[in-house]
Design a protein around this ligand. Structure first.
Ligand code: HEC
Ligand code: HEC
Ligand code: HEC
Length: 411
């Protein structure tokens, strides 16, 4: 079925503009192209990383400048069409596993610098992109045009003139290049993000990913960022840890490959924007009562008899402390920690089962590790432990079931 190939909109001035290649590299890092397009470090951006989706496996394309197997024959307009509309030069539609719904908000100038960097600074690699991971009829790509018609917000980034330049820079990075919503915004029936431009409180309200739970980044007091300062946010994005928490799961790679390289000004702009987001709808969310000492008192009096509580004292308290408060910047606290209080407990369960290693960043060079306990505790014990953590020291989040642990253990 032939559909007309859409034309991207570009300001005419871009044709005469002198691109800035160094800035193009920064754009590639913030956009984290390598997260999906680099499978083997030796073949940077040559594609091939398997991308499991509910439809089957999608393979990210070779985006090196190789003429036959990469994007060497792309014109700048072709590139903009792929980045903003999800359409290849031959009219083939891309699956939205490529986050073009977010890149649609990237400016003409940033795309120009990025394209020039990819064409001139990346080594061409000959490697044919696999396309056999999805079977018919889902492999038919033309219905994606209908998906785009329903869900692709073709407007570029629209600045809010009532807000500061810093706020607008943060909104531009979060909604566009950094595509935080790809993981942090809940998805609807057709896997579309429920909001992409911050106009409703579902934007960045927390989601569920394969094996993890990207937290709610809005201003909720329990599972959100209400109790974090802008400096706390800057610190976690650039070093992977702060006084409240430490990153785990796929956020570890986001920090290691992308956000640790944010300039201070850009990290601060993101923090300013996130701090301005009103709370997400509260139903079913956790709450936190600061200064609640009941759990610690019970433990100290020898009265903590629950299975989960005893496992905590045996296996966790040496590092995370009986008070659950951890050791600042070394062992994250488990009290009032949004990652522990998240509506979906996948991240907490995954860390208990598999452990995690913090990224070593320029700002925090040590790579502290948390050991995994999958070998030691069965599903029921892990569920009891996780439920204890989610209901102690002022944490009030829903209990975890053995079935939820079993699903992640199989993962
Ligand atoms: C979350 C994963 C992800 C990220 C991040 C990502 N891409 Fe992609 N990209 C994909 C996937 C998957 C495909 C292939 C989709 C398909 O086959 O339908 C793709 C396809 C493409 C294509 C089409 C190439 C072709 O002709 O086949 C281009 C161009 C592209 N990406 C550029 C980029 C750039 C530039 C960045 C960084 C700013 C980037 N992508 C970041 C997943 C990603
Ligand atoms: C590839 C998916 C992915 C992307 C993209 C992503 N995140 Fe995350 N993020 C996660 C997951 C999974 C978690 C839960 C694990 C955790 O809490 O560390 C998380 C957790 C977080 C946390 C809480 C860390 C903690 O442990 O308390 C913050 C803050 C955060 N993300 C901010 C961002 C921002 C800002 C962006 C965009 C710049 C972003 N994330 C992009 C997956 C992602
Ligand atoms: C040897 C010290 C040590 C022990 C023992 C330990 N942890 Fe950890 N834990 C860490 C470190 C270090 C981190 C930060 C690493 C990371 O998140 O990548 C961490 C991270 C975590 C996180 C993620 C916090 C966040 O902000 O996202 C949770 C949850 C957690 N541990 C729970 C536990 C539980 C439950 C136990 C007992 C079964 C336990 N830990 C035992 C050292 C330890």
């Amino acid at each position: 079925m032939a559909l007309p190939t859409p034309q991207p909109e570009l300001a005419p001035a871009i044709a005469k503009r002198q691109p800035d290649i160094a800035h193009g590299q920064y754009v590639a890092v913030l956009g984290d192209c390598a997260a999906c397009h680099t499978a083997a470090q030796a073949e940077k951006l040559a594609g091939g990383a398997p991308f499991p989706t509910p439809l089957g496996t999608i393979y990210a394309s070779n985006i090196t400048p190789d003429a036959e197997t990469g994007i060497g024959r792309y014109s700048f307009t072709d590139f903009v069409r792929a980045m903003r509309l999800g359409v290849k030069p031959d009219g083939t539609r891309l699956y939205p596993a490529m986050p073009y719904t977010a890149y649609a908000k990237v400016s003409d100038e940033d795309l120009h610098d990025l394209f020039t960097y990819l064409q001139h600074e990346v080594l061409p690699v000959r490697r044919v992109t696999r396309t056999d991971g999805i079977s018919w009829p889902l492999s038919m790509r033309w219905p994606l045009a209908l998906w785009n018609a329903a869900f692709l917000d073709k407007h570029g980034f629209i600045p809010d003139t009532s807000k500061s330049d810093e706020w607008n820079r943060g909104a531009y990075l979060v909604q566009g290049l950094e595509h935080c919503g790809t993981c942090h915004t809940p998805r609807g029936f057709a896997l579309q993000e429920k909001n992409v431009d911050g106009s409703t409180t579902l934007f960045l309200a927390g989601s569920v990913l394969d094996g993890g739970s990207p937290i709610n980044l809005r201003g909720n007091d329990g599972d959100g960022l209400a109790r974090w300062s802008t400096d706390d946010i800057v610190q976690i994005l650039t070093t992977g840890r702060n006084a409240h928490s430490a990153v785990s799961g796929s956020m570890t790679e986001v920090v290691a490959d992308s956000t640790q390289y944010l300039t201070h000004g850009d990290a601060a702009a993101i923090a300013t924007y996130l701090k301005s987001l009103s709370p997400a709808p509260e139903t079913g969310r956790a709450t936190f009562t600061p200064g609640d000492e009941a759990t610690l008192r019970t433990i100290k009096a020898g009265g903590e008899q629950s299975v989960g509580g005893r496992i905590f004292m045996d296996s966790c308290a040496a590092c995370h402390r009986l008070s659950g408060s951890g050791e600042k910047l070394i062992f994250p606290g488990l009290t009032g920690n949004p990652s522990v209080l998240s509506q979906d407990p996948s991240s907490l369960i995954a860390v208990i089962l598999n452990g995690n290693r913090l990224p070593s960043t320029a700002g925090a060079p040590s790579d502290l590790a948390m050991p995994g306990f999958a070998w030691r505790y069965d599903d029921k014990a892990v569920a009891e432990l996780a439920s204890f953590i989610r209901s102690s020291w002022g944490n009030h989040a829903s209990a975890v079931t053995p079935a939820e642990v079993a699903a992640l253990r199989r993962h």
